[in-house]
Design a protein around this ligand. Structure first.
Ligand code: MEV
Length: 326
């Protein structure tokens, strides 16, 4: 089987997480971390095999008794069940084996990448022809299970695997997105807080705050929208100094939304102190991951400083199109 065709990409959001849920622009890019799935037919029954996750029939025995954790462990099972139903293959037995290189609940789009990988794996196995748009639409339905009101940005990047300027569907208008080009790859340092955070939770915190004073929060979202639009130009010119400034301001506004955390603040401070041009949290926040950009010759030093403080880092690049790692 062609494992390459069954990958879903992880992602970073460069600008516009949270405000994107309210219809404002955001920019996201795929990263070299992905999730792959291999689906094979078997006599009967469905088997879902994911390293580190107990899923065979008794998801509640997994890892932790905390309710958010248990719900999180159920998700792959529910995602697989929805895809099986939508693809009309409920009558078939299959074994779904998942190979993640992407940490879960880290703000890097693992749930969307998982959905895309399983959809493509099943389509491969059962010779179902799906366009990328069909894969994306089904992955969006899966994301709705994961957190009620996804913007659709994660599944779109997981499906198409290239940097995009994205805007959520609104009424009759379907989600729209366009490719963002970069003149040369831009290195990005990803810092992991090690604190798991479910996007559903921070999205709901922001929703509650917005509902109390919509105009105050819309004002913040509008400013973030302006940063995302300015970010397109900075990316297309390869202007990393400008990109860094925009990221720093975006992080300040995410702080205003109260979706940062002590660990994220520590990582952002370390990155800036060790020479990063820009640093911000990425994804849902509340834990999870942050990103930093630096001059190419400072990248390793920035990552090193984070590691010295005990954090895990990944190096990735914003590039025109990302091939899944071998
Ligand atoms: C999660 O990667 C990004 C959020 O904006 C949620 C969403 O867009 O659905 C926080």
């Amino acid at each position: 089987p062609d494992l390459g065709r069954t990958a879903g990409f992880g992602k970073i959001i460069l600008f516009g997480e949270h405000s994107v849920v309210y219809g404002y622009h955001a920019i996201a890019a795929p990263i070299a971390l992905s999730i792959r799935a291999q689906v094979t037919r078997q006599e009967s029954g469905t088997e879902l095999v994911i390293p580190g996750l107990v899923t065979s029939g008794n998801a509640h025995s997994a890892e932790s008794a905390e309710s958010a954790e248990s719900a999180d462990s159920d998700l792959p099972v529910r995602i697989a069940a929805l895809i099986i139903e939508r693809l009309g293959i409920s009558a078939s037995g299959m074994r779904i084996e998942v190979f993640p290189s992407l940490p879960r609940a880290s703000g890097l789009g693992a749930s969307a990448a998982l959905a895309v990988a399983i959809i493509r794996g099943m389509a491969n196995c059962f010779n179902i022809r799906l366009t990328d748009n069909e894969v994306n639409a089904l992955a969006f339905e899966c994301e709705q299970i994961v957190h009620g009101t996804p913007s659709g940005i994660d599944n779109t990047v997981a499906t198409f695997g290239r940097p995009i300027l994205f805007r959520k569907a609104n009424g009759a208008r379907s989600a729209n997105f366009s490719a963002v080009t970069v003149p040369h790859p831009i290195p990005v340092i990803i810092g992991l807080t090690g604190v798991r955070s479910l996007t559903a939770r921070t999205v709901s915190l922001v929703r509650t705050a917005w509902a109390k004073s919509p105009s105050r929060y819309d004002g913040i979202f509008e400013q973030i929208d302006g940063l995302a639009l300015a970010g397109v130009g900075a990316l297309e010119r390869g202007d990393i100094a400008e990109l860094g400034d925009l990221m720093n301001i975006n992080h300040g506004l995410l702080n205003a939304l109260q979706v940062s955390s002590p660990e994220l603040e520590t990582l952002v401070a370390i990155a800036r102190r060790s020479g990063a041009l820009g640093a911000k949290l990425t994804g849902g926040g509340g834990g999870g991951a942050m990103i930093a950009i630096a001059e190419p010759d400072r990248t390793v030093a920035v990552a090193g400083a984070m590691q010295l403080a005990g954090y895990t880092t990944h190096l990735t690049e914003i590039r025109a199109a990302t091939e899944p790692p071998a």
